[in-house]
Design a protein around this ligand. Structure first.
Ligand code: XMP
Length: 249
């Protein structure tokens, strides 16, 4: 692993590939899963700056198969992100991160519900080996308002203040020196608000299949567009070329 930070590597990959698209490799179960994924990377590598892997691959594939995918990604100058929305007690987080980084992931998406102190230790663990932590701020699915949209009361006695969970998470991510935040593309008002503040790189999923509008999102300062099914399930090369025309670098 080189000694450039994950944040810088993302910027470099994005510049050299002239793309801000992160390909979500969400493939439904199939017998030739590993080969299908490898071929998808060979086919699309020139059009993306990173891949994102979640339970679609982490559960069915072995750790050496995941390492192999990450090596292929790196050989094409792509970053690789593990999207497991990690959220456990510190010891479990630490061990999960150890194994994910050992498999070659450059960054891990975590859920700030774990708490401020845990988020800070996750960032410190990642930064010690030049890897990154990306924190959820507001998820893309409609039920996100039942958690990320809740109003909470913080502070004690005369110092009590109301705030909304996603604002607390945004602040915690910034203060913990996280490398980026995830805000769903379907949450256009929140995305607008956060992109105006622009405290951390913004990673946004939820385009196409989930309803987020790519054209509208290009008017905000989103750094990376996470896209899966609308590329993978439907003539990948043609779909990604169309999307790339809309998202300028
Ligand atoms: P699609 O097929 O909808 O895939 O383009 C989107 C990918 O992103 C993941 N996803 C999220 N990941 N925070 C995340 O960290 C979110 O709010 C979020 N919404 C969707 C999804 O699992 C898929 O891999």
């Amino acid at each position: 692993m080189n000694n450039t930070s994950f944040r810088k590597r993302m910027e470099n990959s994005s510049k050299s590939k002239r793309s801000r698209i992160i390909l979500a490799l969400d493939v439904a179960p199939r017998v030739d899963l590993l080969n299908f994924i490898k071929n998808m990377i060979f086919l699309l590598e020139a059009h993306i700056c990173a891949i994102k892997i979640n339970f679609h691959l982490i559960l069915p594939l072995s750790s050496s198969e995941i390492s192999e995918i990450n090596k292929i990604a790196h050989s094409f100058n792509l970053q690789s992100i593990a999207d497991i929305k990690l959220n456990d007690i510190p010891n479990t987080n630490k061990i999960a991160m150890y194994y994910l980084f050992k498999m070659g992931f450059d960054a891990i998406i975590v859920n700030p519900f774990m708490g401020k102190k845990s988020l800070r230790s996750a960032v410190a663990q990642a930064h010690r080996i030049n890897r990154g932590i990306i924190a959820l701020v507001y998820m893309s699915h409609p039920e996100a308002k039942e958690s990320f949209g809740l109003t909470v009361t913080l502070g004690k006695n005369n110092n009590k203040q109301n705030n909304i969970v996603y604002k607390v998470f945004h602040d915690n991510a910034y203060r913990s020196d996280a490398d980026g935040i995830v805000v769903g593309a379907t949450q256009s008002d929140i995305l607008k608000e956060i992109s105006c503040q622009k405290r951390l790189p913004i990673y946004s999923p939820g385009f196409g299949t989930q309803g987020g509008n790519i054209k509208e999102a290009t008017l905000m300062s989103i750094d990376y567009f996470i896209i899966g099914r609308s590329i993978i399930n439907n003539n990948p090369l043609k779909s990604i070329s169309k999307i790339k025309q809309i998202i300028s670098i």
